[in-house]
Design a protein around this ligand. Structure first.
Ligand SMILES: [Zn+2]
Length: 606
């Protein structure tokens, strides 16, 4: 049986089957590097920060460990979730390869979690260290949210390692729930569905489905930002658009897809798809970032997408990848994989430094020189509200699972990285090696190392941004358009298919309804959005002084000074005052803020 982060039941209404962690290896290149840095640097750094921040001490305090009272023990209700997200990441990492040090640290943390659980199954350090009265503040208490993260960590350890220490804790904690409740921060819904999938206990699924039905009737008290803030304004299956706090909405819709595919509830799935389509069309930044408002971490109005005031929380981008993945599995539609690609490169990765140990919580598309002079915003090693860093850890530790899927007809490759994919097709085992320098290089070579004798279909995603692509294989060479390209044939070991995606630097104009960037252009190349930083402005000009020069074309250039193998774009600009032509060296947006503090912009005025 395969082990993956989202695992629809065999009876679920799901078009594609995820590949398990054990079926895909990242070999070398861009993503192998990001995932290695996560394992070697980010996750150990995370443990260190959980210790320093007092997040682990919170569990000790709840367990009556008074000696920790002089710690920096913090007082936000949702901090246990950071411990669980860290554990989830470690579970997947240990499945990818042994690490005795990491395993020992995880054992310690699991023992701490286990010891903190009350005899009646309840587990939440904030409540236990306080008045000990559960479920009193469903609006703001995050108790079910934390329980959801505990379950997700437990499911990961069960699936990845067959280790049920956390699962036992999670089941007892879930059993403590008095019934379906509405929590101010969704997350429990998708977790309960996964718990049902792992244990076969359908009551968990029924509870999750009921929680979805209960939401949307204005029952949560204390809605200081309005009931839409936590999606309690309209029933989940009726709401036409996303609303309120972006992460809450997206986690809620993840749960809705999970319930819908398990129950074959097309209407529920349809509601999520409609919201998704509207969100992509009207409320999504070029980077895939989501959330235009700082005040309530919320989606804005349609086309309210200011680059400088973008909230675009790293967690919202992560949640969007989680939701798009569920929709891709449910429908098989390539557009969801397009969204995952855009968001991973440009919405998720900007949240973490190239070293893997500094983070952004919000991801604006512009930082003015004035703000830098004011000392604004270097990346930080951790945050008092530290939801994003461990969320990045768990996503990166599972990223290889998002590359490809299978169904009875064959294999679908959705994301490109140097990797090896192994699966069992109905007619026998198949093994596929992928060689590529993506995203810097658009040539992707797929070699069949092993294949059944019966014909089957190899499907490759041609990204929507790609205007010229060719596919070369045993049948010759042909031009292919965006979407899933399918090749059905009797494959032989040694067959090679080459997909070539043309990667010129391209100029993107914004939708004219986005007032904040009207009259600007952005530069993209392949799946990457680019930006200009002060360090690459001509003669260190303030970047606000530069305007786009339409009379010249952008060009590409290697940028090993920023990162190995990186390709930059030379952007033609004019100096605003003198009109003198110059060039600025744009780098991928995900790599910004890794050098000296400087200003940055994605959208360049014409
Ligand atoms: Zn976050």
């Amino acid at each position: 049986m395969s082990v993956s982060v989202v695992q629809p039941s065999r009876t679920a209404w799901s078009r594609l089957r995820p590949f398990g962690a054990e079926q895909v290896d990242l070999r070398t290149g861009f993503w192998a590097d990001r995932v290695r840095i996560n394992r070697e640097h980010t996750i150990p750094h995370g443990l260190d920060q959980l210790r320093r921040a007092g997040t682990l001490d919170n569990l000790r305090l709840a367990d009556g460990y008074r000696a920790a009272a002089d710690s920096t023990g913090t007082t936000l209700p949702f901090l246990d979730s950071d411990v669980y997200k860290w554990l989830e990441a470690v579970g997947w990492e240990l499945a990818r390869g042994p690490d005795p040090g990491l395993a020992a640290s995880a054992d310690e943390v699991i023992a701490l979690v286990t010891a903190t659980q009350r005899a009646d199954g309840y587990l939440n350090s904030y409540v236990q260290a306080g008045d000990g009265e559960p479920y009193r503040d469903l609006s703001w208490g995050h108790e079910l949210y934390c329980l959801g993260h505990l379950i997700q960590a437990a499911v990961a350890w069960h699936r990845a390692l067959g280790d049920d220490r956390l699962l036992d804790v999670a089941i007892r904690a879930a059993d403590h729930l008095p019934g379906p409740l509405v929590d101010g921060h969704p997350n429990i819904e998708m977790a309960l569905v996964e718990l049902a999938r792992v244990t076969g206990d359908r009551r968990r699924l029924t509870t999750a489905a009921r929680m979805l039905e209960l939401r949307g009737h204005g029952t949560l008290p204390g809605a200081r930002f309005g009931a839409g803030y936590w999606q309690d304004h309209e029933p989940v299956r009726d709401a036409a658009t996303v609303a309120g706090h972006a992460v809450r909405q997206l986690y809620l819709d993840c749960g809705a897809v999970d319930v819908a595919v398990e129950l074959g509830d097309d209407r529920l799935l349809g509601a999520v798809r409609r919201r998704w389509d509207d969100m992509i069309r009207t409320r999504t930044y070029l980077t895939g970032g989501l959330g235009s408002r700082h005040r309530d971490e919320a989606f804005g109005d349609p086309y309210e997408l200011p680059p400088d005031r973008a909230y675009a929380e790293t967690c919202a981008a992560i949640a969007s990848v989680m939701l798009a993945w569920r929709l891709l599995l449910a429908t098989g539609e390539a557009g969801y994989a397009d969204a995952i690609e855009r968001t991973m490169y440009n919405g998720v990765l900007p949240g973490i430094s190239l070293t893997g140990t500094r983070f952004f919580y919000t991801n604006p598309l512009q930082r003015r020189t004035h703000r830098v002079l004011d000392g604004a915003g270097p990346r930080l090693p951790w945050y008092p509200c530290a939801c994003c860093p461990p969320n990045l850890m768990r996503l990166l530790s599972t990223w290889q699972q998002y590359l490809a899927t299978g169904d009875d007809s064959g294999i679908q490759v959705h994301q490109y990285a140097a990797a090896e994919v192994r699966t069992e097709l109905p007619s026998g085992p198949a093994r596929l090696r992928i060689d590529t320098g993506y995203p810097w290089d658009g040539r992707i070579v797929l070699s069949l190392l092993e294949t059944p004798a019966e014909p089957w279909t190899l499907s490759l995603r041609v990204p929507r941004w790609c205007r010229t692509a060719t596919l070369t294989g045993p049948d010759g060479t042909l031009a292919v358009g965006a979407g899933m390209v399918k090749r059905h044939r009797r494959w032989q070991p040694g067959d090679v298919v080459e997909l070539s995606l043309d990667l010129p630097a391209r100029i993107t104009e914004p939708d004219p309804r986005i007032d904040a960037v009207r009259g600007c252009v952005a530069v993209e190349r392949g799946p990457l959005v680019y930006c200009i930083e002060t360090a690459d402005a001509p003669g260190r000009t303030e970047i606000e002084e530069l305007i786009w020069d339409p009379s010249r074309e952008p060009d590409v250039q290697p940028r090993p000074d920023v990162a190995e193998a990186m390709i930059g774009v030379t952007v033609p600009v004019l100096r605003r005052r003198s009109g003198a032509p110059a060039t600025a060296g744009a780098i991928p947006y995900f790599a910004w803020a890794n050098r000296e503090p400087g200003a940055m912009r994605v959208w360049i005025p014409r």
